[in-house]
Design a protein around this ligand. Structure first.
Ligand SMILES: Nc1ncnc2c1ncn2[C@@H]1O[C@H](COP(=O)(O)OP(=O)(O)OP(=O)(O)O)[C@@H](O)[C@H]1O
Ligand SMILES: [Mg+2]
Length: 225
């Protein structure tokens, strides 16, 4: 069984953290020890990095902070700019090492990317290079809103260009007013050429455990049911 997944999205604020937490719960329900990882987080709120806190809360093991989040940057801006302003050089080898340490203590590691798939991390590498260095199958979170078809199809193409498999995608209903929601899901189901793992409803205050039941792992976990 694959021990990890890289969760990317159609952009920032589309539900990567929410889906990553739901995946952690779903794998946890299979009896696996699970850990979330946010290799690069940008934007401190009240002394904390929100995504890291949420992923830690959804993990079944407690990992050292620097393994879960090797790069914690203060400004809430694009990571390579935040790093530059902080005098930090994001090194993918450091991220890979932290990931390998997490793998020693968790059977499943869910790695949340930052922003969209091609967000730069430094002068010569982007988030896709990080996914490739980790060698993980990718799960694409589509924030269902007007414009998402193009963003989803571009992202799928970018993922496949790295040589990584697209393990599946999740439709996340972030806009409750979206017109022709079902038709848009169908349009992507037809074109993304990978399994739809779940459709998450709009829920302002999420019950992640309940949301995890909307995710089906049967298409990505060998021998599952
Ligand atoms: N299905 C949903 N229903 C209602 N609100 C949602 C849903 N999914 C996400 N949200 C809200 O949208 C915001 C962004 O979600 P989330 O933090 O999961 O996105 P993200 O892609 O991880 O963002 P980032 O790029 O900052 O990491 C959050 O406030 C979250 O609570
Ligand atoms: Mg997030």
């Amino acid at each position: 069984m694959t021990l990890g997944y890289f969760v990317t999205g159609t952009g920032t604020d589309v539900g990567k953290t929410r889906v990553s937490c739901a995946l952690l719960h779903a794998f946890g329900a299979l009896g696996k020890t699970v850990a979330g990882m946010k290799p690069v987080a940008a934007g401190r709120e009240n002394g904390k990095w929100r995504d890291v806190e949420l992923l830690a809360a959804a993990s079944s093991i407690t990992a050292p902070y620097e393994q879960m989040n090797p790069y914690a940057l203060l400004p809430p801006i694009a990571p390579h700019i935040a790093a530059e302003q902080s005098g930090v050089d994001i090194d993918i080898a450091v991220i890979r090492q932290a990931y390998l340490e997490l793998r020693k203590i968790a059977e499943v590691v869910i790695v949340e990317g930052i922003g969209g798939f091609l967000v730069p991390l430094n002068d010569h590498q982007d988030s896709g290079d990080m996914a490739r260095a980790l060698g993980l199958p990718v799960i694409l979170v589509v924030g269902m809103q007007l414009g998402c078809l193009n963003h989803a199809l571009l992202t799928a193409r970018a993922v496949r260009a790295t040589g990584l498999p697209l393990a599946g995608w999740v439709a996340n209903r972030i806009d409750p007013q979206m017109i022709a929601f079902e038709e848009n899901v169908l349009a992507l189901q037809y074109r993304l050429e990978c399994p739809l793992l779940g459709v998450l409803p709009f829920e302002r205050v999420p019950d992640i455990k309940r949301l995890s039941t909307f995710i089906s792992l049967s298409d990505i976990v060998p021998g599952y049911r």
